[in-house]
Design a protein around this ligand. Structure first.
Ligand SMILES: Cc1cc2nc3c(=O)[nH]c(=O)nc-3n(C[C@H](O)[C@H](O)[C@H](O)COP(=O)(O)OP(=O)(O)OC[C@H]3O[C@@H](n4cnc5c(N)ncnc54)[C@H](O)[C@@H]3O)c2cc1C
Length: 416
């Protein structure tokens, strides 16, 4: 069933009785060419690109809960490609281009909205850093615009420009950045992969690997053993748990990150605004709620809910630059498990176990990476060679001294 304006019109006048479930509920087969573990954005995008670009369709995506129950349905929906380092920027710019074509590619309304991402500048040295970053973005083909205070004032006059501690002196704007309806991304990729023949198996938890003589031959699951020529892990915050089943430790810690939504307001925020020094980012959803977030909770956990000190810190950071927030009431909040790598950059790589592949370490920012991560992981799985724009995302980079530390922050997850 392809979606079109005609179809929407027809359903509207015939009582909406013609809509069908958009993916099947198959029983697992005994064996697949590729088993993808994790039905989040990255796992489903990988299945979509494997089937659509590389012609591999004998695939299962195994999800322990339901599609969209992980971070793909919990994030603050921001997409951007404003990175500095040559290992990162071309990758995120490829992702941005894939976002720009996503709705046509998937025939699904994912509500990609390029309303702009503005990073605030508070000091002369920060302006130098953002100028360098803007230039790096332009060199990689992305868009970037450095604004003086007046330019920011035109976009967001309600900010506290004369804040004694964090005066706002300008900003780095990426006009092509913006927001995307997060769970629609999971549904769009799931629908497309299913139509191409991929089995999406929900409520199927992977509990171990079948490894013989250093080669992974399949997985143990809550629905029995499933054989596979290749097993592709894509479980975000559960990465360390899953790799422990294979006897491997990762340079990744799992933390909870919280998201907040306020009561609905008339349109007030023009796009995404980020306050890096206080670690606060905010946008407004199409329903009117202010959607915002801040720092990770500072301890390792697998609990999908956070604690009050970070709520207080996030609200304080918001109030520091946007005092009008104080009159707005918080409607709901939740937490997601994020896979913090030790240099803030991800991994898309083979492991040292034959047939076992790994994708993870997405830290605060894996949602915007979803399309490129899926495409590059599919490339690795199909060809056994890394995609050109993902060559740096190797698991052995800490051994080789090849860290990709965007902020120069070192092995301190909350600073990435
Ligand atoms: C509050 C919050 C805000 C964020 N904001 C942004 C943002 O604005 N922009 C941005 O770019 N990024 C953001 N992120 C990060 C982004 O959401 C993640 O990096 C990204 O979604 C991770 O990839 P995924 O979608 O595949 O993960 P997930 O959706 O978490 O997918 C992993 C899946 O694996 C499944 N799984 C786990 N264990 C097993 C098992 N044993 N067997 C089978 N399945 C298993 C899980 O149930 C889950 O569905 C945010 C994250 C959070 C939590």
């Amino acid at each position: 069933m392809a979606y079109s304006a005609f179809k929407v019109f027809k359903e509207a006048i015939t009582g909406h009785r013609g809509w069908k479930p958009v993916w099947r509920t198959p029983e697992p087969k005994k064996e697949y060419d590729i088993v993808i573990v994790g039905g989040g954005g990255h796992g489903l995008a990988t299945a979509h690109y494997l089937a659509s670009q590389y012609g591999i369709k004998n695939i299962a995506v195994l999800e322990k809960g339901w599609i969209g129950s992980g971070n793909v349905g919990r994030n603050t929906t921001i997409i951007r490609s404003n990175y500095l380092l040559p290992e990162n920027e071309p990758f995120y710019e490829l992702s941005m281009k894939l976002w720009e074509n996503m709705e046509q590619d998937l025939n699904y309304n994912t509500m990609v909205s390029q309303r702009g991402v503005l990073n605030l500048i508070h000091s002369d040295s920060q302006r130098d850093v953002f100028t360098r970053r803007g230039n790096a973005m332009k060199l990689a083909g992305a868009d970037a615009q450095l604004l003086e205070q007046e330019g920011v004032r035109k976009i967001a006059p309600f900010l506290d420009f004369d804040n004694a501690r964090f005066p706002i002196k300008g900003g780095l704007l990426q006009a092509r950045g913006g927001t995307v309806r997060h769970d629609a991304v999971a549904w769009g990729y799931a629908r497309s992969a299913d139509r191409l023949g991929v089995d999406i198996i929900q409520n199927c938890e992977v509990t171990g690997f079948n490894i013989e003589n250093g080669v992974c031959k399949g997985v143990e699951t809550s629905k029995g053993a499933i054989g596979a020529k290749k097993v592709a892990l894509c479980v975000a915050g559960s990465s360390s748990k899953l790799m422990a089943f294979a006897g491997r430790r990762l340079p990744i810690e799992t933390h909870v990150l919280q998201a907040f939504v306020s009561e609905g307001l008339k349109p007030i925020l023009p796009g995404v605004i980020t306050f890096g020094i206080g670690h606060f980012y905010i946008s407004q959803s199409d329903k009117g709620g202010l959607v915002f977030g801040g720092d990770i909770d500072g301890y390792n956990t697998y609990a999908q809910r956070g604690n009050l000190p970070v709520v207080e810190h996030t609200c304080e950071a918001g109030m520091a630059i946007m005092p009008m927030l104080g009159r707005n009431r918080l409607l709901r909040m939740w937490g997601g498990l994020i896979d913090m790598s030790m240099d803030g950059s991800p991994f898309i790589d083979k492991t040292d176990i034959g047939g076992l592949y790994f994708n993870g370490g997405w830290c605060y920012g894996g949602f915007k990476a979803t399309p490129a991560s899926g495409l590059c992981y599919a490339h690795l799985l199909a060809t056994d060679t890394p995609h050109d724009v993902a060559k740096g995302f190797r698991l052995d980079r800490f051994l080789r001294g090849g860290m990709i530390d965007e902020n120069g922050a070192g092995a301190q997850p909350n600073l990435h």
